[in-house]
Design a protein around this ligand. Structure first.
Ligand code: ADP
Ligand code: MG
Length: 357
């Protein structure tokens, strides 16, 4: 359906895409992952010519998109794109947002466009919002409307650029559920996302982008469980950790604990263990004396199902586990941890705690 050959894109001297070649078949669901700034958005935008590639070829159903003789608007209509910011027309109702394109560009009769729009609104769970305006809806609802609006144009492929990144954490799942449903129905999709569990469970293939190329690709199992190349491995490791920086004794403990809850949910860590982690974070932080530069890190390894909390704090070498004031806290931590270690390296006082599961 889509064949990309040696695609390149420069912004001035900045070479963002160096040499991207891929082949996407009908019905595939591809998640594009990778660090930010590696050209994921640029790649999607080149596919439907929101950016003009500097070199290479893009063939959609065999038709060369970059050929001067090609009817670009017609081919472009085969592709729908959903952005991080929903981009709905604020002055139009939900229903009008969905019917404007079909009536004007696809020359559909208003009644037919309305009927189809209502059907799509049902599909994304928002039929009762047909006559509301976008700003009367939550972010999650607006994004579902944006997806329905794309579908109203009857695209053959949907491109998503971080569709859930602008949403409150509580609204991410309703949008992912809609995308998952489209995947089940056989829609061809390419999704740039940071939602790794979603990418793993929904995609047929994963593209890891780095260095201006598709640095590694494979099935979710290959890329997530057995990454072949160093950078992919490092990236996959990193996403399994939560880092929280503190630089004042007035740190926001509730916010940290809130992030820990989300982290635990994402990795299906039980609420019992999650509670333990929250108590540990509180105790570990209360044992600190220097708050100018603290990094608390939680890492989860799926391989041995282990959870490690690390606290690195600046300041003169001092083992908080040996301070008399901390005796009660240490006893408490011992009950929650399998092991606790103190070390001093790179000018940091480090505590490493392995959580009891
Ligand atoms: P990603 O989506 O992976 O985070 P992007 O494709 O947005 O990456 O950007 C890749 C690089 O290209 C970044 O360094 C970004 O600053 C640069 N870039 C993106 N769009 C433009 C533009 N229109 N003009 C100049 N530089 C751009
Ligand atoms: Mg991007």
């Amino acid at each position: 359906m889509i064949r990309v050959e040696h695609l390149s894109k420069k912004f001035g001297d900045l070479e963002v895409l160096k040499d991207v070649s891929v082949h996407i078949k009908k019905g595939e669901v591809i998640s594009v992952i990778g660090p930010s700034g590696t050209g994921k958005s640029t790649f999607l935008r080149c596919l439907n010519l929101l950016e003009t590639p500097t070199g290479g070829k893009i063939l959609i159903d065999g038709e060369p998109l970059l050929d001067k003789r090609t009817d670009v608007p017609r081919i472009r209509r085969k592709m729908g794109m959903v952005f991080q910011s929903f981009n709905l027309y604020a002055h139009l109702t939900v229903l009008e947002n969905l019917t404007l394109g079909p009536v004007i560009l696809l020359k559909k009769k208003q009644a037919e466009a309305d009927r189809k729009a209502v059907e799509l609104l049902k599909m994304v769970g928002l039929a009762e919002k047909a006559y509301n305006f976008p700003d009367e809806l939550s972010g999650g609802q607006q994004q579902r409307i944006a997806i329905a609006r794309c579908l109203a144009m009857e695209p053959e492929i949907l491109l998503f650029d971080e569709p859930t990144s602008a949403l409150d954490p509580t609204m991410v799942s309703e949008v992912l559920a809609v995308i998952r449903r489209l995947a089940r129905e056989g829609m061809t999709m390419m999704i740039v996302t940071h939602e790794m569990e979603f990418a793993r469970n929904t995609s047929t293939r994963i593209f890891y982008m780095d260095e201006g190329v598709i640095y590694e690709e494979g099935t979710p199992q290959q890329v997530f469980d057995h990454p072949r190349r160093d950078k992919t491995r490092a990236f996959i490791q990193r996403i399994r950790s939560l880092q929280y920086a503190i630089n004042s004794p007035l740190y926001d403990l509730y916010r940290l604990q809130g992030e820990m809850v989300l982290f635990c949910e994402k990795h299906v860590i039980s609420s019992k263990v999650c509670n333990r982690l929250q108590i540990m974070a509180e105790e570990v932080l209360q044992m600190q004396t220097d708050f100018t530069d603290i990094l608390l890190e939680l890492s989860y390894s799926e391989k041995d199902d282990s959870l490690i909390m690390q606290c690195a704090a600046a300041g003169a070498p001092l083992n908080p586990l040996e301070q008399e004031d901390n005796e009660m806290r240490v006893t408490m931590l011992q009950a929650l941890c399998e092991s606790m270690e103190y070390s001093n390296s790179d000018g940091k006082n480090r505590l490493l705690l392995r959580v009891r599961r």
